[in-house]
Write a protein that binds this ligand. Structure first.
Ligand code: SF4
Ligand code: SF4
Length: 393
C-alpha cells in the first residue's frame, strides 16, 4: 500500500478559526453534514472530509480541494449537525483564507483579510485621485470648474483620455492577469492533490464545458434552487438567488455600458460618426442601459443586505470579507447615483467631491478584486470547470 504523509499545521487551523471557522473543533466526524448537503454528489461527498482536514490543519489538502468552492453556503449542514458545529462557516473560512493567499503580492491579501488593513487600502486610490485632481485643478484654474456654458462636466477635472481610461485599463487588466495567475495556481493545486482521485481523464475539451457551465449554471443561478430544496434551514432562500442575479446582471449591464462608451470614445477619434460623448442624454439607449444596470445593482444589493442582516446566526455567520464586498458595492452604487444627482441639481462642490469618492471606490473594487470575495466568480468557475472536466458532472 502506498504511504501517505500528512503534515498537520496548527497555525493553519487557527487561521481558519480566525477567518470565521470557530466551530471546527466541535466536529466528531459523524458525517451527517455530508449526507445532508444538497450540493454534494453521492460519490464525492462534502463537507465532512473538509472538517477533518480543517481540524488537523491539513493546509495542502484543504486548499487543493475543489469542493470548498462548490459549497453555496446554504447552511443545511449547520442545521443538522448534532454537535452544533458549523461546516458552512468552515467552508467559507477556507475560501476566505484562499482569497488571502492565492494571489501575489501577498501583502494586499494580508491587508484585505481584516478591517485593520482597510484604511491603507483606501489611502492608495484616495491619494492617487487627489493628486490627479490637484494637477488638473492647477491646469484649469479651479478645483470645482464649470464649462463656459456654466455646466458641471466631471471630465474637466478627471479627464478621460489621460486619467480615467489609462488608469482603469491598467488596473482592470492588471487585476485580470493576477486572477488568471491565481486560477492557474488553483488548477495546479486541484491536480496535485485530490485530482489523482478524481481524474479519469478529461471528458470533453475545457471550452465546451465552460460554455455549458456559463449557460446552464452560472447564468441561471440554478444551484441556489438546489440549496433551497435541501433540508429546512428555517430561512426562506428566494431572496438569495434573486439578489445574486440582480447584482450579476447589473454588473454585466454596467460593464457593457463602460465598454461601449470607452469604445465609442476611442473609435470615434478615427471614425467620428461612431463617437459617443458624455454626459449622454437621459433617453440615449446606452444611458437607459446604464440606468437599468444601476437599478438592478441597487435592488440586488438591498435584497442581499436584508438577507444577511436577517439570517439566523446559528446556521450562518457573516465574515469581514462578506461585509467588505457588500459595503464597497453599496459605496460605488450610492456615490455613482449621488454624483449624477448633485450634477443635475448643479451642486458643484458636492458633485465633484462625491464623484472623486466614486472613482476611489471603483478603483478599490477592480484593483483588489483577486483578493476579495468577488474573486469567487473566477475561482468557483475554475473549480466547477475542473470537476466537470474530470467526470463529476
Ligand atoms: S455533522 Fe457535525 S459533527 Fe457530524 S461530521 Fe458534520 S460537522 Fe462533524
Ligand atoms: S453550506 Fe450547504 S452547500 Fe455548503 S456544505 Fe453545507 S449543506 Fe453543502
Amino acid at each position: 500500500m502506498a504511504k501517505v504523509t500528512l503534515t498537520p499545521d496548527s497555525g493553519f487551523a487557527r487561521e481558519l478559526m480566525e477567518a470565521g471557522g470557530e466551530s471546527l473543533k466541535k466536529c466528531y466526524q459523524c458525517a451527517t453534514c455530508a449526507v445532508a448537503c444538497p450540493m454534494a454528489p453521492a460519490n464525492h461527498p462534502y463537507p465532512r472530509k473538509e472538517m477533518v482536514w480543517a481540524q488537523w490543519g491539513l493546509k495542502d489538502k484543504l486548499t487543493a480541494d475543489p469542493d470548498i468552492w462548490l459549497c453555496h453556503n446554504c447552511g443545511n449542514c449547520a442545521e443538522l449537525c448534532p454537535r452544533g458545529a458549523n461546516p458552512a462557516d468552515v467552508m467559507a473560512a477556507a475560501r476566505n483564507v484562499m482569497y488571502k493567499d492565492l494571489c501575489k503580492p501577498a501583502k494586499i491579501g494580508e491587508l484585505m483579510s481584516s478591517k485593520k488593513g482597510l484604511f491603507k487600502l483606501f489611502l492608495i486610490p484616495a491619494v492617487l485621485w487627489l493628486v490627479i485632481w490637484a494637477i488638473r485643478a492647477a491646469c484649469v484654474g479651479s478645483f470645482f470648474p464649470r464649462t463656459p456654458e456654466g455646466k458641471i462636466v466631471f471630465g474637466q477635472i478627471f479627464y478621460g483620455d489621460y486619467t480615467i481610461d489609462p488608469i482603469f485599463m491598467v488596473t482592470f487588466f492588471g487585476a485580470l492577469w493576477i486572477m488568471y495567475k491565481g486560477c492557474s495556481r488553483l488548477w495546479n493545486m486541484f491536480k496535485s492533490n485530490d485530482g489523482k482521485l478524481l481524474v479519469v481523464g478529461p471528458t470533453k475539451p475545457w471550452y465546451v464545458h465552460l460554455v455549458s457551465l456559463l449557460w446552464d449554471e452560472i447564468g441561471s443561478h440554478k444551484k441556489f434552487e438546489t440549496c433551497t430544496a435541501g433540508p429546512k434551514t428555517g430561512q426562506p432562500e428566494n431572496s438569495r438567488k434573486f439578489g445574486h442575479q440582480c447584482v450579476v446582471y447589473g454588473f454585466v449591464a454596467l460593464m457593457i455600458v463602460t465598454a461601449v462608451v470607452a469604445g465609442g470614445h476611442w473609435i470615434g477619434k478615427v471614425i467620428p460618426c461612431l463617437s459617443i460623448h458624455t454626459p449622454m442624454p437621459t433617453m440615449y439607449p446606452v444611458k437607459i442601459l446604464a440606468n437599468i444596470g444601476a437599478i438592478l445593482l441597487l435592488v440586488g444589493l438591498f435584497a442581499l443586505t436584508v438577507r444577511r442582516k436577517n439570517q439566523n446566526p446559528k446556521f450562518f455567520s457573516s465574515s469581514y470579507q462578506d461585509w467588505y464586498l457588500l459595503g464597497l458595492i453599496w459605496a460605488i452604487a450610492l456615490t455613482g447615483c449621488f454624483s449624477q444627482m448633485f450634477r443635475l441639481f448643479d451642486w458643484v462642490y458636492f458633485a465633484y467631491t462625491v464623484y472623486y469618492l466614486h472613482l476611489v471606490f471603483v478603483w478599490m473594487l477592480f484593483a483588489y478584486l483577486p483578493w476579495s470575495k468577488l474573486g469567487h466568480l473566477c475561482y468557483r468557475t475554475a473549480a466547477l470547470l475542473y470537476v466537470r472536466m474530470y467526470g463529476r458532472g
